[in-house]
Design a protein around this ligand. Sequence first.
Ligand SMILES: CC[C@H](O)CC(=O)C(=O)O
Ligand SMILES: [Mn+2]
Length: 332
Amino acid sequence: MITLVDSSLRDGMHSVGHSFTPEQVAAVAAGLDRAGVDALEVSHGDGVGGSSIQYGRAAFSDDALIEAAAGAVSRARIAALLLPGIGTLRRLRRAQALGASIARVATHCTEADIAEQHIAWAAEHEMQAIGFLMMSHMIGPAELAAQARLMESYGATVVYIVDSAGALVPRTAAERVSALREALRPETAVGFHAHNNLGCGVGNALAAADAGASWLDGSLRGLGAGAGNAQLEVLAAALERSGLETAVELFPLMDVAEEVVAPLMARPQIIDRTALSIGYAGVYSSFLLHAERAAAKFGVEPRAVLMELGRRRIVGGQEDMIIDAAAELAER
Ligand SMILES: CC[C@H](O)CC(=O)C(=O)O
Ligand SMILES: [Mn+2]
């Protein structure tokens, strides 16, 4: 059985400039709940506490959005993403009080050790603790497996390979999932979070499932950073056609994508040359709007900025370097 997690109301926030209102969140959450989606992530795109000048101000607080989602669902679980250093334990406690029962603790793929206190706190306080290894294309399967084992040792019951840049392809995604599957205890699940910058979002999620991932993320209409995530309703249909079972009902899921999410989209979730450059350069998908803004400000091409960020191996948390890179390109 595959557990499906929707990221429209968290990763999708990157795509809409963190502008979702509590009413919009409630409408999407109610539709996901009706369709039988297991869990949905809600917060600023950079997780709880992300609203800031560095990451982008949100129109509404995480509290208001989590509360709205929790009030709209009857069976789906609410997940809160937390990046140590951006979010704090106080934020996680608050999310739990408002109805979140899953803590997804995200670190750069080489820095699992900074998640120890957050994962341990969640595990000790009746939240399901999940580890999220971001930018997983940047290191190989064996190194990732070692990081995943750290998260497991802190109390994570699921550890995700997160293809933040959408830079993986089915073979490299499956190799990473297999390495985790072999390294972790049988009772620890492996998850996969895809981005579609190379057009492989759904394909990578299917390859991950074949390699042993049993938690898969997606977003309705693909709503997410960069070219978006694996499109959830497409993934659900493809999983069914692969003979893999989920708890969702496909037609209600298609309906909420078409009738509720599509009208909320600020931009088409397509693989244009900027989004493709993100996958090709191996850059964080959430850099898309930042890079477009910096490129416009300094009169350079977004693609050139993204390729430069890939060359410099800039990672999440270094958003200010996007401005540096654009300014330096303009000087050259
Ligand atoms: C900034 C957090 C990030 O968007 C988490 C995520 O979804 C990813 O790394 O893909
Ligand atoms: Mn993402």
